[in-house]
Design a protein around this ligand. Structure first.
Ligand SMILES: Nc1ncnc2c1ncn2[C@@H]1O[C@H](COP(=O)(O)OP(=O)(O)OP(=O)(O)O)[C@@H](O)[C@H]1O
Length: 278
C-alpha cells in the first residue's frame, strides 16, 4: 500500500480582502484534480514553475491546508487538515526558510526536547539521549545544542529543522524547496542528508522543487506540475531521457546543469566557519 495517496485534490483560494473582492477578483483554482502516490521509502519530486500549485499540494498532504475537494490518505486512512495530534505527527513538513519551523527564542536543545515531551515519545529520562541522537542523525555537532538558530549557518539551520521534524518520528517528510535559499555549496549537502535519511530510516519524502537538476539528483520519481495539474509522472531517469509532455520538455530545456552536480558529496557545510565562534 502506498504511504500517501492523493486523489482528485483541488484547492481554491477566495479573493483575499475587501478590495480584492470589490475589484471583482475571481476565486483562484490553484490545484485542479491532482492524483499522486508516494511509496514507502521513496523520494517523489513535484516540480513546476512558480504558481503551478506545488506548495498547495504539499500543504494539503501535511495538513496545513484544507482541500476544496479530493482526499489525502496516509497508510490508507483519509486525513483532513483537522488532524488529531497523533495523525498530525505522521506527516512533517520542512520549508525553504528553516526559521519558519524554528523558534528564534529557543536553543536547539529546547526545540528538540519540546515535541518529544509534548507527544510523550520518550520517558522523561530518555529525552536528552533522544535529542543527542537526532543531532547526530542530521550531522549537527552536539556543541550546537545550546545555540539559538541565529547563531547557525543556513545549512545548519536546515539540519536543525529536519531534526525537529524527525523528533516527531513521522512516516513522511514533505520538503518544500528545502535547498532553494541555501548557498550552492550547501545545497548538495542537505540533499545528501535527505537521501541518507531515506536509506537509514526508510523515510518517504515528498520533495517540492522548481529545479529539475535538484530533482534529478535526489528523487526516484517525478511528477511535473503546471497550472494546477500534473502533466507527467514517471521514474526520474525516464522522464529526463524521454519527456512526453511539451511542458516537461520546456522545463528541461531551460535548466542548465547544476554547478554542484559534479561536486563530490563531501560535507562542505560542516567545513564552514563555526558561526558560534566556538
Ligand atoms: N493563500 C493564498 N491565497 C490566495 N492565492 C494563493 C494562496 N496561496 C497560493 N495562492 C495562489 O495559488 C497558486 C498556486 O500557488 P502555490 O504556492 O501552490 O504554487 P507553487 O507552485 O508552490 O509556487 P511557488 O513556488 O511560487 O510557491 C498561485 O497562483 C498563488 O498565487
Amino acid at each position: 500500500m502506498s504511504v500517501v495517496e492523493v486523489r482528485g485534490l483541488c484547492v481554491e483560494y477566495a479573493p483575499h480582502g475587501r478590495a480584492a473582492r470589490r475589484s471583482g477578483q475571481q476565486t483562484r483554482l490553484a490545484v485542479q484534480g491532482v492524483d499522486l502516490t508516494l511509496e514507502r521509502g521513496e523520494i517523489l519530486g513535484v516540480v513546476g514553475e512558480s504558481g503551478s500549485g506545488k506548495t498547495s499540494v504539499a500543504r494539503c498532504v501535511a495538513g496545513y491546508q484544507t482541500a476544496t475537494a479530493g482526499t489525502v490518505a496516509v497508510d490508507g486512512t483519509v486525513l483532513t487538515a483537522r488532524r488529531e495530534p497523533r495523525d498530525r505527527r505522521r506527516v512533517q513538513m520542512i520549508f525553504q526558510d528553516p526559521y519558519s519551523s524554528l523558534n528564534p527564542a529557543m536553543t536547539l536543545r529546547q526545540a528538540l526536547r519540546e515535541p518529544i515531551a509534548v507527544h510523550g515519545l520518550r520517558p522523561r529520562q530518555g529525552v536528552d539521549q533522544r535529542v543527542e541522537e537526532l543531532m547526530t542523525l542530521v550531522g549537527l555537532d552536539l556543541r550546537h545544542l545550546d545555540a539559538k538558530p541565529r547563531r547557525l549557518s543556513g545549512g545548519q539551520r536546515q539540519r536543525a529543522s529536519i531534526a525537529r521534524a524527525l523528533a516527531l518520528e513521522p512516516e513522511v517528510l514533505v520538503a518544500d524547496e528545502p535547498v532553494s535559499a541555501l548557498d550552492v555549496s550547501v545545497q548538495a549537502v542537505i540533499l545528501n542528508l535527505l537521501a541518507d535519511l531515506r536509506s537509514r530510516l526508510d523515510m518517504s519524502i515528498l520533495f517540492i522543487s522548481h529545479d529539475m537538476s535538484v530533482v534529478a539528483h535526489l528523487c526516484d520519481r517525478v511528477a511535473v506540475m503546471t497550472k494546477g495539474r500534473i502533466v507527467e509522472t514517471g521514474p526520474v531517469d525516464e522522464v529526463f531521457r524521454s519527456p512526453r509532455d511539451p511542458y516537461t520538455r520546456e522545463l528541461l530545456a531551460a535548466v542548465p546543469p547544476h554547478p554542484w552536480a559534479e561536486v563530490p558529496a563531501t560535507d562542505t557545510d560542516a567545513a564552514l566557519p563555526d558561526p558560534t565562534g566556538q
